[in-house]
Design a protein around this ligand. Sequence first.
Ligand code: FES
Length: 172
Amino acid sequence: MALKPRGESGKTPDVTDHQPWSAETARAIIAANAGREGATLPILHALQETFGCVPEAAEPLVAEALNLSRAEIHGVVTFYHDFRRTPPGRHVLKLCRAEACQARGGDALAADVERGLGIPINSTSADGRVTFEAVYCLGLCASGPAIMIDGKLVARVDAGEGAARVVEACSR
Ligand code: FES
């Protein structure tokens, strides 16, 4: 298993790649996507790509543009684990907690990574270095335990040495 940061330059995309919240920018993103079929999800993804999260302040703007209630938009944002409320750390580590990966040692891996990073799963380190999230299937079920680090999928990550490499990759 080789763990390298994503990106041709070797630079890991980080929180500095995201823009600070701006209602004006949000409105432009919403307007650019509002005509799409099933526009809610594309808009929310585009907002998250730009701001690193879907801030609560965006919900009424999306609702108004799509002629939906704020509660409906809020429901979508909170239903999908992928949408964040706050910007992520410089590294984003997702660890599969679904059954097939659990059966292949996912619990031990999660525990080792939690210990190594010093934070529980589904949290961001206080220094903003890493966001560690649970996901439920990364499509590598036959080759688990699986993780995604800064957008890059990695299969067969074992506890112990594998976990140590993951922690090291998130420390750069
Ligand atoms: S169950 Fe882990 S990748 Fe599918």
